[in-house]
Design a protein around this ligand. Structure first.
Ligand code: ATP
Length: 341
């Protein structure tokens, strides 16, 4: 059996605990991956004086796949977000975040099944800011035709390959006429040129958010620029049980980094109560990516086994505190392992 080398970045806060839980489940499922641990974030800063060491980037470039825990980003001061730096350095242009209702996690809605496609490299989220003079600061929103077109291609291709029916673009082009105007123009051009089999819709983001919380089941694939994608991803997580159950992939042309939507959750770090499910779900996305890109059915088999096991665990009431349960991080991983086929 072939074993795929994968970089593991445990990250900060709850990162190491949820990484241990997820990798334990992968090992128990016989997933054909071999992890090499590298650091980014606060641990890396202490060890190397660099939040994103070149050695970590080089390792990901070599293996082309990484599983990453969350890295803490200081608020209002300090270094530039490690997550943003990583996405830009490796040109991980598409953030893909599937959001679905889970049996055993009761929420306001049933049957939610949507995917957020977030442009991951530019927009206001890149944090290009400037102090003009004391008390006057600016933030630059960059939108290129190239980035808008390639994220649109990624979203429509994904929709077609997965049998999804509709792509909805969230925007604010009534106000940001140039930047968001270009974003929707590119999306529509891509759709009209190559994807007329997929329904297409444009919604102004404020009204779109209202509709999302009124009836998320009317949505399928959501496409938006970076900052909107950041905010809407957490909103969507809230529709299906919270940040503990929404995975993510950051996909580039050369490399892919899989990480949960949530952050390092410093409020619960070290308490042993974090939910590792979102990172485990991200690991399943990683295995499916390896199955597709390396043509290895053993990865798909492991992915299916793990997904079946955590779905069963939830349905049986095995839950961490964020979902109203009592299991600790490691006990939840044990509950999943016990349900592997
Ligand atoms: P960032 O800006 O780094 O994305 P954030 O501000 O979105 O971070 P998070 O770290 O994601 O914040 O945490 C938001 C809330 O959700 C916190 O109360 C945190 O404890 C909770 N939370 C996040 N992830 C998990 C998890 N895996 N298990 C349990 N609770 C979580």
């Amino acid at each position: 059996m072939v074993t795929h080398d994968v970089v593991l970045i445990p990250g900060d806060g709850i990162g190491p605990a949820i990484s241990t839980a997820a990798t334990r489940v992968l090992a128990a499922a016989g997933a054909p991956v071999s992890f090499a641990e590298h650091h980014a974030g606060l641990l890396a800063l202490e060890a190397n004086k660099d939040v994103l060491p070149t050695a970590t980037l080089d390792a990901i470039r070599a293996t082309r796949v990484a599983l990453k825990g969350p890295c803490t980003t200081p608020v209002g001061t300090g270094f530039k977000s490690v997550n943003v730096q990583l996405r830009q350095a490796l040109d991980l242009y598409a953030a893909v975040r599937p959001v679905r209702s889970l049996a055993g996690v009761p929420t306001r809605f049933e049957g939610v099944d949507l995917v957020v496609f977030r442009e991951n490299t530019e927009g206001l989220y890149s944090g290009v800011e400037n102090e003009i003079t004391e008390g006057v600061v600016t933030s630059l929103k960059v939108c290129t035709e190239r980035a808008s077109t390639r994220i649109a291609h990624a979203a429509f291709t994904y929709a077609r390959e997965r049998g999804r029916k509709k792509v909805t673009v969230f925007h604010k082009a009534n106000i940001m006429k140039l930047t968001d105007g270009q974003f929707i123009r590119c999306a529509k051009a891509v759709r009209d040129a190559s994807y007329t089999d997929i329904a297409y819709e444009e919604l102004i983001i404020d009204a779109a958010c209202m509709r999302l919380v009124q009836d998320p089941t009317r949505f399928d694939v959501l496409l938006m620029e970076n900052l909107y994608g950041d905010v809407v991803s957490d909103l969507c997580a809230g529709l299906v049980g919270g940040l503990g159950v929404v995975p993510g992939a950051n996909i580039g042309t050369e490399t892919a980094v899989f990480e949960a939507v949530h952050g390092s959750a410093p409020d619960i770090a070290g308490k042993g109560i974090a939910n590792p499910m979102a990172l485990l779900m991200s690991s399943v996305m990683m295995l499916n990516h390896l199955a597709e890109t390396r043509h290895d059915p053993a990865c798909a088999t492991a992915a299916t086994a793990i997904k079946t096991a955590y779905d069963r665990a939830l349905a049986d009431g095995a839950k961490t505190a964020d979902l109203g349960g009592t299991l600790r991080t490691d006990a939840w991983a044990d509950a999943v392992i016990a349900r592997l086929p």
